[in-house]
Write a new protein. Structure first.
Ligand SMILES: [Zn+2]
Length: 98
C-alpha cells in the first residue's frame, strides 16, 4: 500500500518536474540571457551594471581604441549576445544574434 503511494508520488514529481523544466527551457530562456533582462540594457550603462543584470560574461575582448566587447552565450544554443563598451566603459550598443 505504502509502496504504491510512493510510486505515484514519484511519477507525479517526475511529470510535473519535466513539464516545468520544459516550459522554462522554451518560454523562460529562449535566449542565452533572459530577453526581459536584455531589454533593460541601454546605452550609457556601465559594465558593472551590465554584469549585475546579466551575470559574468563568457568572453571579453579588447578592441581597438580601448573599446571592449563582452559576450554571452550558452553551449548548444544558437544565441549569442555581445555588449559593446567604449573607452570609458559605457555601453554603446548591443548585438544579439539568434
Ligand atoms: Zn537570442
Amino acid at each position: 500500500m505504502s509502496q504504491r503511494k510512493s510510486r505515484r508520488r514519484f511519477w507525479t514529481t517526475f511529470v510535473l518536474g519535466s513539464a516545468l523544466l520544459g516550459a522554462l527551457a522554451v518560454y523562460g530562456f529562449p535566449h542565452c540571457v533572459a530577453s526581459e533582462k536584455l531589454s533593460r540594457i541601454h546605452q550609457g550603462m556601465t559594465r558593472d551594471e551590465v554584469v549585475r543584470l546579466l551575470g559574468p560574461p563568457v568572453s571579453a575582448r579588447r578592441c581597438s581604441g580601448r573599446r571592449t566587447e563582452i559576450g554571452y552565450g550558452k553551449p548548444a544554443r544558437y544565441c549569442s549576445v555581445d555588449v559593446f563598451l567604449d573607452s570609458t566603459g559605457q555601453v554603446t550598443g548591443v548585438f544579439h544574434d539568434h
